[in-house]
Design a protein around this ligand. Structure first.
Ligand SMILES: [Zn+2]
Length: 142
């Protein structure tokens, strides 16, 4: 059987100049074949996954599963054809989709009035106060 001649997910990731750390997305059914699925960013911004035919780009969402315990889920995944190579032209469509997903994800972030950080709404206790500052300054006990 002929091996498909295309870059691996790790080669694509290396060519994308992604913001923040790249960590494995845990708790998925399929074990990673190459490197994916992976979460990019801290706080989590996007999830990149792969199938034989496609690269999947999704916005990341944080889901609380217990007190102090979270998992990352995917939101609005979009599938793209594998780039033929990791040249700037070859990676163009993936880079575009990654930038789009990061933009949409960050658009939903909210600024904390105490620490001034823009954070995912999943980490906010109120629309203008993050969980850490809610404990520190608002008397909230989690
Ligand atoms: Zn804060």
């Amino acid at each position: 059987m002929r091996r498909v001649d295309r870059p691996t997910l790790s080669q694509v990731l290396a060519g994308l100049d992604l913001p923040g750390p790249i960590t494995p997305l845990l708790g998925r059914v399929e074990p990673p074949k190459d490197l994916g699925p992976v979460v990019v960013g801290d706080p989590p911004l996007i999830v990149l996954g792969e199938t034989a035919e496609h690269i999947t780009v999704a916005q990341a969402r944080i889901r609380w599963i217990d007190v102090g315990a979270t998992t990352v889920t995917v939101y609005k995944p979009r599938s793209l054809a594998w780039p033929p190579d990791v040249s700037p032209e070859g990676l163009g469509p993936v880079r575009h989709e990654v930038a789009r997903a990061i933009h949409l994800r960050k658009k939903g972030f909210q600024r904390c009035r105490w620490c001034g950080k823009r954070l995912p709404r999943e980490w906010m206790d109120f629309s203008d106060c993050c969980m850490g500052c809610a404990e520190r300054y608002e008397g909230v006990v989690h």
